[in-house]
Unconditional design. Structure first.
Length: 392
């Protein structure tokens, strides 16, 4: 897969798909600019080489309607601050109003198109909409791993109308790190899987079964595995329809020689919004009316022992309801432990990303993926539409 490092861009108009789908508050102020910062190396490289840079992104789910609250104006302003130069916002992403703004770009200039999803054609991969987007570039660059799993016009359709299509530095970095973890990991290779539901992580467990040396399973999804073994999990969240599947996964792991670790104790509460924890309890003795909302101290010790000699760690999903301080210590403690490992440590998924940022430990991890759904699908071994079109 070629990247911007492999082509000449000086003086060319370069159309770049970025992911500026950032959170904003009621005053339209960006509350987390990490997605903008992540693509700065690509944008800066194009600017430094004298390209005329036209950026396009979506924001939220306006469902084909112009929603003022979902304008990319805050992103244009923030990007300008980070680049140290003016970044104009086009009034739309297609149409005659945009043409003079693109034509007027000087080498090193940057223009951001308005929200792609103000048009239905983006999500339906409409050929005419794709053709209209392609008007704005002699070269197409995809630097939006967060939507790499979407067969949308700005990801797939546009590539049919531009001859030179390459990856940006962020997209290339994502593929290099995640690909290495899957295909050539340093061992022991440990995968940490957490979050609420087994159903959302089945693909990862299935695809990594023959690749990893150890699985660590935490979060509410661990309850399903524990119940499948015959333990009472009280009022905890459980997917009863997946108990047989959970048993099958554990049996397959055993047959494949993959160690499979579950929590041995948990922090209890009456619900994830509760202000106080009820206490710590071994998993053999969970009371009927209580919920397991975090891993306990014995589990942290166990998981730390499993991880201490790891050379590759891939982590998706927190260990509990970490957004509530009463049930955050397991996830926070594990974050600090993994951050201190002498290993390739890769984090993916929105909740896990948020957890690492909450702990202010981003600089301690080898790589933090910018993808949510795309990270999951890559780890599941699925073909991502964005990569397919760039790899030919």
């Amino acid at each position: 897969m070629r990247s911007i490092e492999d082509i000449e861009v000086g003086g060319k108009t370069v159309l770049v798909r970025v992911d500026f789908n950032v959170p904003v508050d009621a005053q339209q102020r960006i509350t987390d600019d990490n997605r903008i910062r992540a693509t700065l190396p690509t944008i800066q490289a194009l600017v430094d080489k004298g390209a005329k840079v036209v950026l396009m992104s979506h924001m939220g789910k306006p469902k084909g309607k112009r929603v003022p609250e979902l304008s990319l104006a805050p992103a244009a302003q923030r990007l300008g601050e980070l680049l140290g130069q003016d970044v104009a916002l086009a009034p739309d992403c297609i149409g005659d109003e945009v043409a003079p703004l693109v034509d007027g770009l000087a080498p090193g200039g940057v223009l951001l198109l308005e929200n792609l999803r103000f048009h239905d054609g983006e999500t339906t991969n409409d050929p005419e909409f794709s053709r209209e987007l392609a008007r704005w570039g002699e070269i197409y660059v995809d630097d939006a791993f967060g939507v790499a799993h979407r067969a949308h016009a700005s990801v797939v359709g546009v590539t049919e109308h531009i001859d030179t299509c390459v990856a940006g530095l962020l997209l290339k970095k994502e593929v290099d790190y995640l690909g290495t973890a899957l295909d050539n990991p340093a061992r022991p290779f440990v995968c940490i899987v957490g979050g609420a539901k087994v159903s959302s992580k089945l693909g990862i467990l299935e695809n990594l079964m023959g690749r990893v040396d150890r699985f660590i399973v935490g979060g509410a999804m661990a309850n399903t595995f524990l119940k499948a073994q015959g333990y009472n999990v009280g009022a905890s969240l459980v997917e009863d329809d997946l108990l047989d599947t959970a048993r099958d996964i554990m049996e397959r792991a055993k047959a494949a020689g993959v160690s499979f670790y579950l929590p041995v104790d948990g922090i209890l509460g009456t619900g994830p919004q509760g202000k106080l924890a009820s206490g710590v309890c071994p998993f053999q003795d969970i009371p009927d009316g209580e919920m397991v909302l975090d891993i306990g101290p014995a589990t942290h010790t166990l998981f730390a022992e499993v991880l201490k000699d790891a050379k590759t760690v891939v982590w998706n999903g927190p260990m509990g309801a970490f957004e509530n301080q009463a049930f955050s210590q397991g996830s926070v403690g594990l974050t600090h432990f993994v951050a201190g490992l002498e290993a390739m440590t890769i984090v993916g998924g929105g909740d896990t990303d948020a957890l690492v940022h909450l702990c202010k430990m981003t600089h301690k991890f080898s790589f933090i993926s910018t993808g949510g759904g795309s990270f999951l699908e890559f780890m599941e071994g699925k073909k991502l539409p964005a990569l397919q079109v760039l790899q030919g």
